[in-house]
Design a protein around this ligand. Structure first.
Ligand code: 0O2
Length: 273
């Protein structure tokens, strides 16, 4: 096929749909962990569809024809899952492998074999079905999994590569390799206290949820005209809020909820009369 005959908008349509869907699915997965009060292995998610320019550059370097790109270029669309710890990556790979809506075709493990640049990551090449108006289209995409620290390093290194192309000064290259080693050491060190950090984050999330619930219920209680009760609870709330005693806050939240319910029940009884 000739370049002039190739319709990029039409070709990229299912890829655009795929990244939107994949990113939403992983966002919902993260939300599910959080709403169950569990630690989420996904810290954040980013997505992109490769630009036409970048696809054409890669076609040129790898010698792919227009007819080959859909099945030979695996990263036309990509979703990146950034984790806090290396251990989270292993967990996510296992979880993705059990999903019925995407199939792992290949795993590129740059943890076992880091790139000479120092880049560490896991890339999953997946097959994913997109429902379009033409029917089901099966596309190949990439899920990249890396830590927060590695993501920071890779973003900087990627822009420097873009700036220098193949002419990056040796000294800068060496410094980037050294920086990558520091990232590996940091990730390893943080991994040793992962459980403790995850526990603290779980507690923090639970505490902020309870605090938000109390503020909302105090507001409702105020609207019900129970000014004295609001004053009493607010005094206790200010004391418990800054202490480590989340249980006191949970009990208080339940007590306020009961008081609101009682008021609502009395109200509906009065209306019945
Ligand atoms: P973009 O779109 O700007 O991110 P190969 O298996 O070697 O034939 P390929 O397709 O190059 O082929 O695969 P690879 O190396 O598994 O993955 C390519 C993508 O991984 C890159 O995309 C980067 O996003 C990331 N990557 C791989 N190596 C490095 C590295 O050393 N540094 C950084 N910062 N990122 C890396 P592109 O193609 O650069 O494009």
């Amino acid at each position: 096929m000739l370049q002039t005959e190739f319709d990029w908008d039409d070709f990229l349509m299912p890829y655009k749909q795929a990244v939107e869907e994949l990113s939403l699915k992983f966002t919902l997965l993260r939300d599910e962990y959080i709403s169950r009060g569990e630690y989420s292995p996904i810290h954040y998610i980013s997505k992109r569809v490769k630009s036409v320019n970048s696809i054409m550059e890669k076609m040129h370097t790898k010698g792919f024809s227009y007819d080959e790109i859909a099945y030979k270029m695996a990263d036309i669309c990509g979703v990146r899952l950034v984790t806090q710890f290396e251990e989270d990556i292993e967990l996510l790979v296992k979880l993705i492998a059990t999903r019925s809506d995407m199939k792992i075709l290949e795993t590129k493990d740059y943890f076992k074999s880091p790139k000479p640049s120092g880049y560490k990551s896991v890339h999953l090449i997946i097959e994913y079905d997109v429902n379009t108006i033409r029917g089901v289209e099966s596309i190949i995409g990439e899920i990249q999994l890396r830590t927060l620290a590695m993501d920071f390093w890779a973003t900087i290194e990627h822009s420097l590569n873009y700036k220098y192309k193949d002419d990056m000064p040796h000294e800068l290259k060496d410094r980037l390799v050294a920086a990558a080693e520091t990232v590996h050491a940091l990730d390893h060190e943080m991994g040793t206290i992962r459980d403790e950090i995850a526990d603290a984050q779980r507690l923090f999330t639970r505490k902020s949820e309870v605090i938000n619930a109390i503020i909302e219920s105090l507001n409702t209680l105020g609207k019900q005209g129970k000014k004295d009760a609001v004053k009493k609870y607010f005094k206790n709330f200010s004391e418990f809020k800054d202490s480590d005693n989340t249980l006191q806050l949970v009990l208080m939240s339940k007590e306020i909820e009961r008081e609101i319910e009682e008021y609502n029940e009395n109200e509906s009884k009065e209306k019945e009369y």
